[in-house]
Design a protein around this ligand. Structure first.
Ligand code: GLA
Length: 354
């Protein structure tokens, strides 16, 4: 149902924000490291107006769920927790936010590792900013979105997803140093385009061991005597660590080095090799892959026209990203999905959109 059907009047403002896919630099952001995401065409749109009563009313069109809540209530569950978190954080920053009617509709798939939650946070914050003329810049929006996720949804995530949703576009890669927030907008490698295929195996972040990986990295940094694993560039330096910290740290260090190599300017072929190496590292050292992702990535990697492929996002299910020869993504997707789904999976193409 649309805004008018739910709230009986037209919205006073609306804003949207994209999901993202990360090309390289996975599980590096909470180690102060380097990431290379791009926005995807799928977006989340938030429409809003002031609420006529003392409660906020949040409606999700995809879930057909209406949540009514006041600021004094506890954090709600599900999609409403991200919106509620954004509003609470704005209030804590000193902004006065009246009760809101808020309508969400989204084409960003949930549970595919493409940051549907960051898109919701950024779209919500943009819509509130626009309605109340708040002076908050796009970086601050990303930071507030990240805090909403950490404090209200219980995921100790890094800053990549919200920065990508707030600052990236679909035509470029966004290089981001997550420590300094220095960023650079880069073209895709010449002669290549993106292919994002969902494995059909959903994941949830909080239940996925994500927070455990983060804790392992912090312990590895502590034992190595550095502020964050970003401060180490030589993979040999981790050899003294006990397992599994040694492999966890080795992933982060080699992954950061792969992102930095791209900054030097690499061919599509080399970029693909780095993506393949990233997948191997995520599978063997970081242990965040699952059989479905390994199967899909292997099929992609064996397919002519594919420069490289890897799991993308936190892992434990969700989507894969591949770099393929320009103009070939749709045909490659068809061929790859025929072979993958024959094994009993329900994979589907997400980018390019059908
Ligand atoms: C999730 C988190 C990000 C990042 C990735 C893994 O998407 O929200 O901050 O850590 O996992 O690279």
């Amino acid at each position: 149902m649309d805004f008018r059907q739910i709230f009986g009047a037209d919205p006073e403002t609306q804003a949207s924000a994209p999901g993202r896919v990360n090309l390289l630099g996975e599980h590096t952001d909470y180690n102060d490291g380097f990431v290379l995401p791009t926005a995807i065409p799928q977006r989340t749109t938030v429409q809003l107006s002031f609420s006529p009563d003392r409660q906020h009313h949040f409606y999700s069109q995809e879930l057909d769920e209406l949540v009514s809540i006041s600021d004094r209530d506890g954090t709600p569950q599900g999609f409403a927790s991200y919106i509620f978190g954004c509003i609470q954080l704005l209030q804590q920053e000193g902004h006065t936010i009246p009760p809101l009617n808020l309508h969400v509709t989204s084409s960003v798939p949930i549970g595919s590792g493409l940051s549907s939650s960051a898109a919701l946070e950024v779209a919500t914050l943009r819509a509130v900013r626009s309605r109340l003329n708040l002076e908050i810049d796009d970086v601050r929006i990303a930071q507030l979105g990240q805090q909403a996720e950490i404090q209200y949804a219980g995921v100790e995530c890094g800053i990549m997803d919200q920065m990508a949703s707030s600052l990236a576009d679909t035509e470029h890669m966004l290089f981001l140093d997550t420590r300094t927030l220095e960023r650079r907008v880069l073209p895709f490698p010449a002669g290549a385009e993106l292919l994002v295929v969902d494995s059909g195996v959903p994941r949830t972040l909080a239940g996925s061991g994500y927070n455990q990986r983060r804790a392992e990295c912090e312990e590895a940094a502590r034992q190595l005597g550095v502020k964050a694993l970003r401060d180490i560039t030589d993979p040999q330096a981790v050899e003294t660590l006990p397992e599994p910290l040694r492999r966890r740290a080795r992933h982060v260090i080699t992954e950061n080095n792969r992102v930095l190599e791209v900054l030097q300017g690499v061919s599509a072929q080399r970029f693909g090799d780095l993506m393949n190496a990233s997948h191997t590292s995520l599978r063997d050292d970081y242990e965040v892959s699952v059989t479905a992702l390994d199967t899909l990535v292997a099929i992609l990697q064996q397919t002519p026209g594919v420069f490289g492929a890897r799991l993308t996002g936190a892992g434990f299910g969700g989507a894969t990203v591949a770099l393929v020869a320009s103009g070939q993504a749709k045909a490659i997707a068809q061929d790859v999905l025929a072979r993958y789904n024959r094994k009993g999976y329900a994979g589907r193409t997400l980018v390019p959109e059908n």
